[in-house]
Design a protein around this ligand. Structure first.
Ligand code: KG4
Ligand code: ZN
Length: 366
C-alpha cells in the first residue's frame, strides 16, 4: 500500500472518518456525535442510520480536505462491518465498498471490537505511554462502553480470546440507567461522575455482583435494582441532592471495584500480559481509571488508557485495525483481503476473527 487509507465508522451513534498514512500516522480525523438521541433517552437505530447517511459524504470530503488528499490518492478503503446497529453498518460499509469498487481499490471489513482492542498499538499512543515501540502482544483489554463490556486477551492480529463479558447490561448502560433513576440526563455516565464528586462513596453498601467469584464475567442488573430500591421511597418527589450524590458515589465505587476484581482474575489467566488497557466511553471515569491503574501497578504492568477521543467510537481505530491486518497479511505472504462480499453483521464475535490465512467461520478468507 502506497497511498493513504480512508476509514469509516458508523456502528452506533458516532459518524466518523479518518485518513491514515501506511505507517499509521493520522493525516486527518473527524467525528460527529449524533446529539438528537438525547431527548429520546437513548440511541434510536433507524434515526442513527439516517443521520449517518446524511452526514457521511460531507464528513468524508471534509476529512480529505483537512489532509489535502483527493479521493484519487486513497489506496485502500475500510469500514466497521460489525458488530453494531445494522442500519449504520450498512450505510458506512456500503459507502466504503462503493468508493473502493469505483476506483478498483481494496476494501477491508473491520470488526469494531477488534478495532477498539488494537487501538493501544497506534504508534502515537505507544509514544504517549512511554512504551518502547508498539505495545507488544499479549495484553489485556477491558472494553467498557454503552454497548460493550468485555475482557479480551489480545494475543496477536486475529488472535483474540474473550475472557469474559457482561451477563446482563453493559457498564455504560448501567451508568445510564442509574443516572436516569437519579434524575440525570442521557448519556448518564458523565453527569453521574460529576454528581458523585459531591457524595460519599461509603454512604451505601451496594451489592457487588460476582465479586470474589472466579472468572471475568460482569453483572450489573442486581446493582441497578439495589439503586432503584434506594430511590423508590421518594416516589415522584425529587431525590434530595445529598442522597443522590451519595448514591452516585457509592454506585461508581462499586462498579470500579467490580472491574478491578475482574481485571485481577483476567490477569491471572494471562500471566505474560504486557499491559492492562482500558477502552470505551466508561474509561473516561476517573474513579475507574484509578482502580485499574492500581491493579496494573500490583502486577508491575503499564496501565494504558487511550485518550478519550480514541477510547470512544472513532474511525482512526478502524483505519489502524485495517493497517494491522494488511501488515500481518503481507508478513504471511498475502495481499490485501477481498472483503467486498463480506456482509455487515449486527453480531460478529471476536472468536470469528482469524489470523491472516486462516478462514473465519462463514466468511470469505481474510
Ligand atoms: O464508547 P461510547 O462513547 O459509545 C458506545 O457506547 O459505543 O460510550 C458511551 C458510554 C455511555 O453509556 C456513557 O454514559 C458512558 O460511556 N460514559 C461514562 C463516562 N463518560 C461516558 N460512564 C462513566 N463515567 C464517565 N465519565
Ligand atoms: Zn465501540
Amino acid at each position: 500500500m502506497t497511498g493513504p487509507l480512508l476509514a469509516i465508522e458508523s456502528s452506533c451513534d458516532d459518524t466518523a472518518c479518518a485518513l491514515l498514512a501506511p505507517d499509521g500516522a493520522v493525516l486527518a480525523e473527524s467525528v460527529l456525535t449524533q446529539t438528537g438521541h438525547a431527548a429520546l433517552g437513548g440511541v434510536v437505530p433507524e434515526i442513527a442510520a439516517r443521520a449517518h447517511l446524511a452526514a457521511l459524504p460531507g464528513l468524508i470530503e471534509a476529512t480529505l480536505a483537512q489532509a489535502g488528499v483527493t479521493l484519487e490518492n486513497v489506496s485502500t478503503f475500510a469500514a466497521s462491518t460489525g458488530p453494531g446497529l445494522i442500519g449504520g453498518l450498512i450505510v458506512g460499509s456500503t459507502l466504503a465498498k462503493g468508493l473502493a469498487l469505483a476506483r478498483g481499490k481494496p476494501f477491508i471489513a473491520v470488526n469494531h471490537i477488534e478495532a477498539h482492542a488494537l487501538t493501544p498499538r497506534l504508534p502515537r499512543l505507544a509514544a504517549d505511554n512511554a512504551l518502547s515501540g508498539s505495545l507488544a502482544f499479549p495484553y489485556l483489554v477491558l472494553l467498557v462502553s454503552g454497548g460493550h463490556c468485555q475482557c479480551v486477551a489480545v494475543e496477536g492480529i486475529g488472535r483474540y480470546r474473550r475472557l469474559g463479558g457482561t451477563i446482563d447490561d453493559a457498564a455504560g448502560e448501567a451508568f445510564d440507567k442509574v443516572a436516569k433513576l437519579l434524575g440525570l440526563g442521557w448519556p448518564g455516565g458523565p453527569a453521574l461522575e460529576r454528581l458523585a464528586m459531591e457524595g460519599d462513596p461509603r454512604a451505601y453498601a451496594l451489592p457487588r455482583p460476582l465479586m470474589g467469584r472466579p472468572g471475568c464475567d460482569f453483572s450489573f442488573s442486581g446493582l441497578k435494582t439495589a439503586v432503584a430500591r434506594l430511590v423508590a421511597p421518594y416516589g415522584n418527589a425529587a431525590l434530595p441532592r445529598r442522597a443522590a450524590a451519595d448514591i452516585a458515589a457509592s454506585f461508581q465505587l462499586c462498579v470500579a471495584d467490580l472491574m478491578a476484581d475482574r481485571a485481577r482474575n483476567a490477569l491471572a489467566l494471562l500471566p505474560d500480559a504486557t499491559a492492562l488497557v482500558v477502552a470505551g466511553g466508561v474509561a473516561a471515569n476517573a474513579t475507574l481509571r484509578a482502580r485499574l491503574e492500581a491493579v496494573a501497578a500490583e502486577h508491575a504492568l503499564p496501565f494504558v488508557a487511550p485518550p478519550l477521543r480514541l477510547c470512544t467510537d472513532n474511525a482512526v481505530m478502524v483505519g489502524w485495525a485495517a493497517l494491522e491486518t494488511l501488515r500481518a497479511r503481507a508478513e504471511a505472504g498475502l495481499g490485501p483481503p477481498d472483503d467486498i462480499a463480506v456482509a455487515p453483521r449486527p453480531r460478529w464475535p471476536l472468536d470469528d476473527v482469524r489470523p491472516p490465512g486462516e478462514a473465519r467461520t462463514g466468511e470469505a478468507q481474510r
